[in-house]
Unconditional design. Sequence first.
Length: 64
Amino acid sequence: MIDPETGIPSLKAFRADGQRPSAKRLEQEVKARMPERSLMGIVARTAYWVEWWRRFGPPSGNEC
């Protein structure tokens, strides 16, 4: 909505009436199919695929 006096746009907060039964079923199905993961497993998997661990070390030219 745009304020008629100042012309500044703003967003109104949307309030939901509650969850639909289909949304609750979807949430239950997603939780049932999604495997449980540990934080260390997630870190290890991202390190393997992204190789972010290579970015940690001494700055270039500093071999101390």
